[in-house]
Design a protein around this ligand. Structure first.
Ligand code: HEC
Length: 140
């Protein structure tokens, strides 16, 4: 059930964009059931996200490009701890979407970010690592 909701939320954005480009009427992405709007995360979720980010769980590889402190690596991947976002508004929903899809067309980096950073992450694991990234700036 949870998984279905996640998929529904994602298809609202991804398929919605595809549908729009094909000229079909699409419901506003905001109409999708986005559990992502809730940005209160348990310590366990944040700890799991930390582990995934640093390659200690689920084969996460974020740190290899974004750096162990998530401060970015010039030419490779941007700082995730500052107020500047290249691809969106820095919201939790934006981070979940970006981690899920990767960044096929980077703005500053020389190479794309693969979906899920190249790891096989479940939607729950994506949610956890996104929560960790979100918390770097927002949960102080
Ligand atoms: C292969 C290198 C690589 C890996 C691994 C990687 N990223 Fe990225 N990431 C990038 C690149 C490249 C961009 C886009 C930079 C640009 O546009 O110049 C990016 C962008 C992002 C953004 C959006 C930043 C912004 O300013 O809009 C987020 C959030 C992000 N990554 C999170 C993650 C997370 C979480 C992981 C691990 C699951 C991860 N990344 C793994 C290379 C990587």
């Amino acid at each position: 059930m949870r998984r279905t909701l996640m998929l529904l939320a994602m298809s609202g954005g991804v398929l919605g964009a595809v549908g729009a480009s094909m000229g079909h009427p699409v419901p506003s992405p905001r109409a999708a059931p986005v559990a992502a709007a809730d940005t209160t995360f348990s310590p366990a979720t944040l700890a799991l996200g930390d582990s995934i980010f640093h390659g200690r769980a689920a084969g996460g590889m974020c740190f290899t490009c974004h750096g162990p402190a998530a401060k970015g690596t010039p030419g490779l991947a941007p700082d995730l701890t500052d107020a500047q976002w290249l691809h969106g508004d820095g919201s939790y929903a934006f981070i979940v979407k970006t981690v899920t899809n990767g960044v096929p067309k980077p703005i500053q980096a020389m190479a794309p970010m693969p979906p899920k950073g190249g790891a096989k992450l479940t939607p729950d694991q994506v949610a956890a690592v996104a929560a960790f990234v979100y918390s770097l700036r927002n949960a102080r």
